[in-house]
Design a protein around this ligand. Structure first.
Ligand code: NAP
Length: 312
């Protein structure tokens, strides 16, 4: 008999179809009577397929007493309580590395778009201001700037390695110094004080909640920029909006927000931001590779009780 798997979302239609072909797949997101299904069939479920966006709430885990494994689409695991998984002997996999390039490219894209005011420039050309008002105002160059990376992991390092050839100097903050030539700061305010641009690339969750706060933004200063491709929760969002409105900092390029997809509308009123709808890994190539890795992890578990890219 095939394994009963509960999917909280579609990973990609062709890959969800692969799961449905091999497993007894149940799509919680498509069920009208979720509570009824869980009461009747929760004990049959031994695997969950989810994503960084949906995670796995503990109250749902409580209704799956025979859960063995969670395979998640994405690299963020702030919505999966890993301590609870460890305590219950539930294994968890994510999809690291294969999205690193696209996410790092997005950080670099947002950095250039923010300093060079791409969105303002696009509007300047489209709206006819170019001919009616004249030349657009000058922007800022990235060359020669100091880039402070918050979290020099897989994505942070990929951002740094792209930024160096563009003429940026790299510093970073994390829990420990890495064997790299970049300058290490054990204090986030000191990094912000040093940097012209802060790029946030650490995990979300309780340990990093609001660490980019008013003090950090103040230290970054009126010529400083924030780029966030990590999680909205890492930035104190009201403090960021206030800093952007009052020009405490010069601008921000943001892929992630505190309350997604219901982004604070104050951002939409600001000219000094470039916004992207949590889509840093949103390419066909990367999303296919992520979906394939979710399938491969589940199949590896089903075949041999191992995971290819475990986090727990
Ligand atoms: P990673 O390789 O695990 O890197 C995370 C880095 O953050 C590590 O260098 C770690 O260094 C540092 N870190 C961990 N806890 C920290 C803390 N409390 N304070 C400061 N730094 C801390 O992960 P990754 O693959 O680069 O991904 C990083 C994050 O990017 C993910 O967790 C996810 O939330 C986000 N992400 C976003 C998107 C998107 O679509 N926008 C896509 C993928 C990933 P130390 O251990 O030395 O501190």
């Amino acid at each position: 008999m095939s394994r009963s798997v509960l999917a909280l979302t579609d990973i990609r239609p062709a890959y969800t179809a692969m799961l449905a072909k091999r497993y007894d797949l149940h799509r919680l997101d498509l069920m009208d009577d979720k509570a009824g299904f869980l009461a009747k069939a929760g004990a049959k479920i031994t695997a969950v397929v989810t994503s960084a966006r949906f995670g796995l709430p503990v109250d749902l885990m409580d209704q799956l007493p025979n859960l063995e494994v969670v395979t998640s689409f994405g690299v963020g695991y702030d919505l999966i309580d890993l301590d609870v998984c460890r305590a219950r002997g539930i294994r968890v996999s994510i999809t690291p590395d294969i999205l690193t390039d696209d996410v790092a490219d997005t950080a670099i894209m947002l950095m250039h778009a923010t300093l060079r005011q791409l969105v303002v420039g696009d509007d300047w050309a489209r709206s006819g201001k170019w001919s009616s008002v004249g030349t657009m105002g000058l922007t800022r160059s990235v060359r020669g700037k100091k880039l402070g990376v918050v979290g020099l992991g897989r994505i942070g390092q990929a951002i740094a390695s792209r930024a160096v050839p563009s003429g940026l100097e790299i510093g970073y903050f994390g829990r420990s110094a890495k064997p790299v030539d970049y300058r290490f700061f054990d204090d986030l305010v000191a990094l912000a004080d040093w940097a012209d641009i802060l790029v946030v690339a650490c995990p979300g969750g309780a340990a990093t909640q609001g660490i980019i706060n008013a003090e950090v933004l103040g230290a970054l200063g009126a010529d400083g920029y924030v780029i966030n491709i990590a999680r909205g929760s890492v930035i104190d969002e009201p403090a960021l909006i206030h800093a952007l409105q009052t020009k405490v900092i010069a601008g921000a390029g943001l892929d992630v927000f505190y309350n997604e997809p219901h982004m604070d509308r104050a951002f939409a009123e600001l000219e000094n931001v470039v916004l992207y709808p949590h889509h840093a890994s949103g390419t066909v190539e990367t999303r296919d590779a992520m979906a394939q890795l979710v399938v491969d992890n589940l199949n590896a578990w089903d075949d041999s009780g191992t995971l290819i890219t475990p986090i727990v």
